[in-house]
Design a protein around this ligand. Structure first.
Ligand code: APR
Length: 229
């Protein structure tokens, strides 16, 4: 029986694939005001701007590839029962070969009904347009969790973390809740690893920090995990 390895990832793991992070130097939130592109109020007030923001990011995603960090996590499935829990809305974990990926904040390549949130669709191509409607005739919106909206996937994520034998954090500043709070659902005896060139605020028990970018950091992590198989 393979040990359960749970990995919480954030924008940092996709940075080496060319996808911008949010709060780093040059991050997205340096250029865009969150309240203008990533809230339900923004969608009500200026849907064209919000639609363009996500169309632009979706279009860019088609030009990006998984990096060594994504691939390294996928390879860990040879030795562990790996569950990725990601805050990212890109599909790079899936494209790298990870078989269990839970998206907390939605998925860029999916859209959903503005009226019936359970009506979720894969978007053909990168551009969502006004007039694209769900099967019941309502406008489609990005399938993204905006600030101020509920994070339904937490219901599934918490038990996964509680059952983890090993918990890893890669590439997240742990600024955004409830995602950042998942750390606190780990059992006290569970080894914690953090891969990030900057130390995010983790004050729990003993943590093994790997202060590297994901590409190199995940390779070092794999070496350390060999002893825990
Ligand atoms: N490899 C690993 N980590 C990296 C790399 C890299 N190449 N580059 C940057 N990082 C780290 C940064 O040091 C930082 O800790 O990744 C983290 C990025 O933090 P944020 O930009 O805050 O991204 P994230 O934590 O994923 O944001 C969480 O906020 O904007 C919302 O919904 C959005 O899911 C997002 C959430």
């Amino acid at each position: 029986m393979k040990k359960k390895l749970v990995v919480l990832t954030g924008a940092g793991i996709s940075q080496e694939s060319g996808i911008r992070t949010f709060r780093d130097m040059g991050g997205l939130w340096e250029e865009y005001d969150i309240t203008e592109v990533a809230t339900p109020e923004a969608w009500e007030r200026n849907p064209e701007l919000v639609m363009k923001f996500y169309n632009d990011r979706r279009k860019q995603l088609y030009e990006c590839e998984p990096n060594a960090g994504h691939l390294g996590l996928a390879e860990l499935e040879n030795d562990f029962d790996v569950q990725i829990i990601t805050q990212n809305v890109d599909d790079l974990h899936e494209r790298a070969g990870s078989s269990k990926v839970l998206h907390l904040h939605g998925e860029l390549k999916k859209v959903r009904s503005t009226k019936y949130e359970e009506l979720v669709y894969d978007l053909e191509g990168w551009e969502l347009k006004f007039g694209d409607r769900c099967e019941k005739g309502y406008q489609l919106r990005p399938h993204i969790v905006w600030f101020g909206e509920m994070v339904p996937a937490m219901e599934e994520a918490v038990p996964l973390v509680e059952q983890a034998d090993i918990f890893v954090v890669v590439g997240t500043s742990l600024n955004v809740y409830p995602a950042a709070g998942l750390l606190h659902y780990t059992r006290d005896d569970v080894p914690l690893f953090v891969v990030d060139p900057e130390r995010p605020p983790v004050y729990l028990r003993k943590v093994t920090f790997i202060e590297e970018k994901a590409g190199r950091g995940v390779a070092i992590l794999k070496e350390k995990l060999k002893k825990l198989c």
